[in-house]
Design a protein around this ligand. Sequence first.
Ligand SMILES: CC(C)(COP(=O)(O)OP(=O)(O)OC[C@H]1O[C@@H](n2cnc3c(N)ncnc32)[C@H](O)[C@@H]1OP(=O)(O)O)[C@@H](O)C(=O)NCCC(=O)NCCS
Length: 179
Amino acid sequence: MTTPSTEAPFSEISLRVPDKLHFQLVFRRELPQAVVVREVKGVQFCVFDSLGACMANLALLRQALGQAGAIKAVLKVLRGRVFYLAHEQGRVLHTGWVTFSFCRFYRVEQGDAVIGPIWSAEAARGRGVAVYATQMILNVLFSKGVRVCFIDTSNGNVPCLKVIEHAGFGYPVGVFLRD
Ligand SMILES: CC(C)(COP(=O)(O)OP(=O)(O)OC[C@H]1O[C@@H](n2cnc3c(N)ncnc32)[C@H](O)[C@@H]1OP(=O)(O)O)[C@@H](O)C(=O)NCCC(=O)NCCS
């Protein structure tokens, strides 16, 4: 009789979950090196990680978040968060946030990055813009010394699950319930 190896890296389990139970899946990605970016023709990336960066692209920030939202975003950036967007000739197609060392819903270590929420303009969906922007922000984070990155989404959000997969996040490492 053979005994199962205790060194197997994964245990396969199967779960029956009621259709109406909504939960968030948590993904964790290590960043040992920069990631390969799938470019989208004509789409550019812009990161807001300092007051100077916010001022340099204030019009894009205003367009993405409105006047009041842009002011709030600058304050958040000054407190250490990072905002980013993808645009096509000045038209904002995608936005995202990054928080460091903290998540309200699950434990992360000092220096880890948590991406989200992310959003793409309806008219731009399905073009690969979210995948592009997520890969770009991963490289920005890598250049800042971040080596572990988290992202989460609800179990039913197929487009977002695909973005997470295409951005190299592998299997989920946790779940939590969210109302
Ligand atoms: C999730 C979201 C950001 C994805 O943005 P996007 O720019 O359309 O993403 P991309 O085009 O880069 O990739 C989407 C992938 O999902 C696929 N997809 C899109 N709609 C789908 C659907 N209804 N069913 C299955 N797959 C779908 C696309 O084909 C693509 O996969 P592919 O590259 O293998 O073809 C966007 O749908 C969105 O803003 N949703 C509302 C906000 C949200 O749910 N945010 C995430 C939670 S924080």
